[in-house]
Ligand binder design. Structure first.
Ligand code: SAJ
Length: 447
């Protein structure tokens, strides 16, 4: 079997399955490097825009528009909805979404299974398939391999090669991340890993760390689980500080400073993360569930699901702080105007996937508040901040956009009703200063 052993620009054809915030930049970088690249996506509208050289990724992505234009000029990248192009590819890279079910937290592989079926049906003998999507450990063995074998009639490592090279992208830094971050690469055979490494070396300047498939799957979901658990620790410390009358931000600084001087063992350092009004985004809330799903028949982890519940509790806790502030002000939440600053899941982002603001809004609606959401990055919520705040009894800060950090609180107070309330979900305002101005201030971990 003549496998795709030689990765050469003028010979190797690449097909990218899924032209989202992962697949499109990867396709463009391989095309820029000189490969013939096909991009496959289900959205006809997206395909048309891409084939006109238009960037379809939302938000500020340094260099992406220029790369799009350059590749469009080169003419070696074609987008299509037609899965038959997989039959022309020596390498197929899968970059489709892998969400988890809301209730069961099990992987929802609808897009992945559809992609694998399309690819399998058209797969060229001797081709290599690489999965970049974040998947539960064991998915390559139990889902990817069987579907490809069944649909293609080829056997793994006899008729096609298979590898996992998880993406490590952050919206806003896509091209920088792909080119500079280290990558973990796990092939289903040593040979596959070697060949795939040669391919990625054309677009990745960072280290490409070779390992097994299962290890690559665990590393990707594990590195985000690590972050979720760290954030949960910071959140629980914030709740403890509220209960004991301390300021989490002073506590956090003093803890993180505890070994800075002269410590040579990084593992001895403390790096408490930031407590806040919740954990949103496209990966942190789901990757923990993907990780533990991989071992669901063997063990039931305790810490990781608990960390998820602590982080998911924080929007509710933010609502509790608001209720406490209303009692202190002697006002009722019902029918009072409450302004929520920030719908995006993170500061200076226009991404609202799994935003913690949504569960907060649910609590506010249930309490009968008159709600105004303001967010300079989100189309539906671009109300000018002054008109949003006019006549408000309370503001709840949920995303630390730069615009909110520049707010003149003296003016804010003039706009709001008597005994104005600030609930600070991201430590943007100074508690003492806001209290001096006459606000009732409640910050996460600093009340
Ligand atoms: N958050 C906290 N406290 C923290 C850090 C984050 O409450 O200390 C909250 C944020 O407000 C947000 C959510 O968690 O709601 C996620 O924030 P994030 O900074 O983790 O941003 P993401 O979701 O874009 O995570 C990505 C991840 N990158 C990849 O999956 C390739 C993650 O691994 C990175 O560590 C993270 O970016 C990053 O460093 O910014």
């Amino acid at each position: 079997m003549n496998f795709v052993m030689e990765i050469t620009k003028n010979k190797t054809t690449i097909a990218i399955c899924g032209l989202g915030y992962v697949g499109l930049p990867v396709a463009l970088l391989f095309a820029k490097a000189g490969f013939k690249v096909f991009g496959v996506d289900r959205s006809e509208e997206k395909i048309q825009k891409i084939n006109q050289g238009k960037n379809t990724i939302e938000g500020k992505e340094p260099g992406l528009k220029e790369l799009m234009r350059a590749v469009h000029k080169q003419g070696n990248f074609q987008a299509t909805t037609d899965p038959e192009v997989y039959g022309k590819a020596d390498v197929v890279i899968i970059a489709v979404e892998t969400p988890v079910e809301d209730e069961t937290h099990e992987p929802a592989y609808v897009a992945m299974r559809g992609a694998l079926s399309d690819i399998g049906k058209n797969l060229k003998k001797g081709a290599m398939v690489i999965v970049e999507s974040t998947i539960a450990p064991g998915t390559m063995e139990k889902v990817v391999k069987p579907i490809l074998e069944q649909e293609s009639g080829l056997m793994l490592n006899k008729g096609f090669l298979l590898a996992n090279c998880p993406e490590r992208l952050m919206p806003g830094y896509l091209l920088e991340n792909i080119q500079n971050y280290n990558r973990v690469l796990g092939g289903m055979s040593k040979k596959t890993t070697e060949i795939a490494k040669k391919l990625y070396k054309h677009i990745v300047k960072g280290d490409i760390e070779e390992t097994t498939c299962i290890t690559a799957e665990i590393v990707k979901s594990g590195e985000n689980t690590y972050r979720d658990v760290q954030i949960a620790f910071a959140n629980e410390m914030a709740l403890l500080c509220e209960a004991m009358g301390a300021n989490i931000w002073e506590v956090r600084k003093l803890i993180n400073d505890c070994r800075k001087k002269g410590e040579t063992r990084p593992e001895a350092l403390r790096q408490m993360h930031f407590p806040g009004a919740g954990v949103g985004g496209h990966c942190i809330p789901k990757d923990s569930w993907l990780l533990i799903y991989g071992a669901k028949d063997s063990i039931e982890p305790k810490l990781i699901p608990l960390a998820r519940h602590i982080n998911d509790f924080m929007p509710r806790h933010t609502f509790h702080l608001l209720k406490d502030a209303f009692s202190e002000a002697g006002k009722t939440l019902e029918k009072s105007k409450v302004v929520v600053l920030g719908y995006a899941y993170a500061g200076n982002s226009d991404d609202a996937r799994n935003t913690p603001t949504e569960p907060l809004l649910k609590s506010l609606r249930r309490a009968g508040a008159e709600i105004v959401v303001q967010d300079p990055f989100i189309e539906d919520y671009k109300t000018p901040i002054e008109s949003a705040l006019k006549g408000a009894q309370a503001l709840v800060l949920m995303a630390d956009h730069d615009q909110y950090k520049k707010l003149n609180l003296k003016n804010v107070k003039k706009l709001m009703r008597a005994k104005p309330i600030i609930v600070d979900g991201r430590n943007v305002f100074d508690k003492e200063k806001t209290q001096k101005l006459g606000f009732i201030y409640k910050g996460i971990g600093n009340i």
